[in-house]
Design a protein around this ligand. Structure first.
Ligand code: SF4
Length: 351
């Protein structure tokens, strides 16, 4: 592709046929998702419930639709409105969130629900939504567009990928993201911002996928610079990630009478703050010696690994039995309520 062609494709903000084609494709191919209003209902003027849109978008950050759907359905059955969620006990919400990861989001979820419930209604603009706990630019854009019909762009990793390919962006990724966001904002149609946002989400999730984009059936394929170049999967061109530091430690699984297990509530601040946990040693650059929470017949049963945002963790798992003491938490409560790293340790110790 020569420079003129590349510039031509880069000038997407003038390509209104891209918006029209995306909307036509969406009308035929929209995914059915439990938090979504379908294109037919939208055409009849039905609007999405901001509580449900917000809840789904927070859950969908960093996880897949099938995984988030299970949690979404459980949350909306137990807490059908934002007022219900605002009135929930912290520990119930944290336990219900267990397994979704990124637990600061669950704490912010509650803060946000309480703030909105206290003020009596949701703010409706992107700017005001950004002022709520845990709501970043993407979620604010998504809620403003999907629930309030505002002309707002919802640009997440999927949309970044689609536009990095459409425009064949090769410059500094941080700067290119700013540039492509401006382009997307310029393309949002005044009258159908929700469908436009959902069309882009669906295109990124079902056709313009990270490893094998299906350009042959892409509704905007002939506008795409990366497709013309012949290797769309090379986009987006991002700087290489640094290897994560590794930490080590010990985790202690003490089974008690009546199918119970010793657990502890983690401090509110810090990693996995406020979540149910198993007793552990501090996590550091080496395993060190185990310091058991009590005297018992401790037996090392193996290791579990877990990757957090900023580091990878390897824990040696120890188990013991305390036949005379019944602890507060049953094993089935622990299976449901422990974050993944501890659930892995419990599973190994139970096996
Ligand atoms: S043509 Fe291919 S690379 Fe370009 S937007 Fe469509 S699916 Fe993505």
């Amino acid at each position: 592709m020569n420079m003129d062609e590349k510039l031509h494709f880069a000038d997407l903000s003038r390509r209104t046929d891209l918006t029209d084609r995306l909307l036509d494709w969406y009308a035929q191919s929209a995914r059915e998702l439990p938090w979504r209003i379908g294109p037919t209902d939208r055409a009849r003027g039905v609007t999405a419930d901001p509580y449900r849109v917000w809840l789904a978008e927070i859950m969908l950050q960093q996880t897949t639709v099938p995984h988030a759907t299970r949690y979404y359905l459980a949350f909306t059955e137990r807490w059908p409105t934002i007022e219900d969620l605002a009135a929930a006990r912290d520990e119930d919400v944290m336990a219900a969130w267990a397994g979704l990861g990124y637990y600061a989001r669950a704490r912010n979820l509650l803060k946000c629900a309480r703030e909105v419930s206290a003020r009596g209604s949701w703010p409706t603009t992107e700017g005001e939504l950004r002022g709520l706990p845990g709501i970043g630019p993407y979620t604010a854009g998504a809620v403003a567009a999907l629930a309030f019909g505002r002309r707002a762009a919802a640009v997440d990793g999927n949309v970044d990928r689609v536009f990095a390919r459409l425009m064949a962006l090769t410059g500094d990724w941080k700067a290119e993201k700013v540039r492509l966001k401006r382009v997307v904002e310029g393309l949002v149609p005044e009258d159908r911002p929700a469908e436009f946002a959902e069309a882009l989400m669906d295109l990124g999730a079902t056709i313009c996928t990270p490893k094998s984009p299906n350009c042959l059936i892409c509704p905007i394929g002939d506008l795409c610079a990366a497709r013309l170049e012949g290797a769309p999967e090379r986009y987006p061109v991002k700087p290489k990630k640094k290897a994560k530091p590794v930490r080590f430690g010990h985790v202690y699984v003490l089974f008690g009478a009546g199918r119970t297990v010793l657990t502890e509530r983690r401090p509110d601040q810090g990693l996995l703050g406020g979540m149910l946990g198993l007793p552990t040693s501090p996590w550091s650059g080496e395993f060190g010696l185990p310091e058991f929470p009590c005297e018992a017949n401790w037996l090392e049963v193996g290791e579990v690994r877990h990757v957090f945002t900023h580091f990878a963790l390897t824990l040696k798992v120890w188990r013991a039995d305390s036949a005379k003491t019944a602890f507060e938490t049953t094993r089935s409560q622990a299976v449901d309520g422990l974050p993944s790293v501890f659930a892995k340790g419990l599973k190994l110790a139970s096996g």
